[in-house]
Design a protein around this ligand. Structure first.
Ligand SMILES: NC(=O)c1ccc[n+]([C@@H]2O[C@H](COP(=O)([O-])OP(=O)(O)OC[C@H]3O[C@@H](n4cnc5c(N)ncnc54)[C@H](OP(=O)(O)O)[C@@H]3O)[C@@H](O)[C@H]2O)c1
Length: 328
């Protein structure tokens, strides 16, 4: 998961030290930060990588430090904390809030909207790759293939709209402060410990019904996504540059479950039928600019099946990919 790709090892020589990873202790940040560190070592360059978050998960902090990544506790909702951050020219912005939106929508809006302003004002000369999400688009007819960067951002639900707001604040600041920004509209990173494949596989294993209403999705192996996210620093610009990031194929939830069924020698149980719309994004532009992901979905399915059959650790953080009404 943290092994750098060859294009990343080449690119890392152009990254300025220190690389800040804001929101670097979540599901993606630790493996991205460790990968940046490994890429620099392989390229023979000195690169300090600093992961920042409130570190509500102390285990993530220890894991990062064991891999040579420096850590700094900060609350990005506090402008004084952002003002005190170390100077940097290159930043990966991964902070955000999704789950718990139904209970506390105000915090979701604040967390997704306010720190982008503080960060851009603090770092007007930086290149920032800011994680957004594919759910800034509405559900679209499956036969359309996927939303493109120029399509309208009219999703349903407070979380998705707060993510549109996060993008708009970055976009506004990129033109006012001059901070160069690349907005990554990511659809489902796949890890062995969480992700849509883990969600589906666990249901096949336990015999729980698999809801087919949201019957199609896109996904990308997290190692490939993280390597491309770091390389997207080269695409950061003012005005901000939005880029979809996911795998090249539309995955059928039914077909993925059936494949896990074959591997586990268990018949998946389905509920409902596929609706004609789904959350899909077309990553053609990213593949043109950064190349195709190296890892096939079939490979990730096999790894996931093997991991779960051997009681590999899972985070217990379901993606809720089956949510169609935008309520998280
Ligand atoms: N994983 C995916 O499949 C996926 C798909 C689409 C989009 N994305 C986007 O990619 C980004 C990274 O994904 P992820 O799955 O790693 O997210 P995550 O697990 O939710 O991690 C969020 C990070 O933000 C930090 N954070 C939250 N509130 C903070 C605050 N007030 N101050 C400082 N740090 C704060 C969290 O650490 P603390 O709570 O300890 O502060 C954590 O490190 C997210 O913005 C998400 O929207 C991810």
């Amino acid at each position: 998961m943290t092994e750098p790709t060859a294009p990343l090892v080449e690119f890392i020589t152009s990254v300025r030290s220190p690389l800040l990873v804001l929101g670097g202790s979540g599901k993606m940040g630790p493996s991205l930060a460790a990968m940046a560190k490994r890429a620099a070592a392989l390229a023979g360059v000195e690169l300090r990588v600093i992961a920042l978050s409130r570190f509500s998960d102390q285990a993530a902090r220890r894991w990062l430090e064991e891999r040579g990544v420096e850590t700094l506790a900060c609350d990005l909702l506090d402008p004084a904390h952002v003002a005190a951050l170390p100077d940097a020219d290159d930043i990966i912005y991964m902070a955000g809030r999704k789950f718990g939106t139904t209970d506390n929508p105000a915090l979701t809006w604040a967390m997704n909207m306010l720190p982008p302003e503080y960060v851009c004002r603090r770092f007007p000369n930086a290149r920032v790759v800011a994680l957004s999400t594919g759910c800034v688009y509405p559900l679209i007819p499956v036969e359309q293939g996927g939303s493109r960067e120029e399509d309208p951002l009219t999703p349903i639900g407070e979380y998705s709209n707060a993510c549109v707001a996060r993008e708009r604040v970055f976009e506004y600041l990129a033109t006012t402060t001059g901070t160069r920004v690349c907005l990554i509209r990511l659809n489902y990173a796949l890890d062995l410990r969480y992700g849509v494949l883990v969600d589906i596989a666990l249901k096949v294993l336990s015999g729980a019904p698999i809801d087919l209403t949201v019957g199609y999705l896109n996904a990308i192996w997290q190692r490939d996504a993280n390597a491309m996210i770091i390389r997207a620093l080269s695409l950061a610009q003012s005005p901000a540059f939005p880029l979809n990031l996911t795998g090249p194929e539309t995955l059928s939830v039914r077909a993925v479950a059936q494949r896990f069924g074959e591997l586990f020698r268990r018949e998946p149980i389905f509920a409902g039928t596929e609706s004609p719309v789904a959350l899909l994004n077309d990553s053609g532009k990213a593949h043109q600019l950064l190349g195709l992901p190296e890892t096939s979905i079939e490979q990730v399915i096999r790894w996931t099946a093997n991991w779960l059959e051997h009681q590999g650790r899972v985070l217990g953080k379901p993606t809720h990919y089956e949510v169609a009404d935008g309520r998280y």
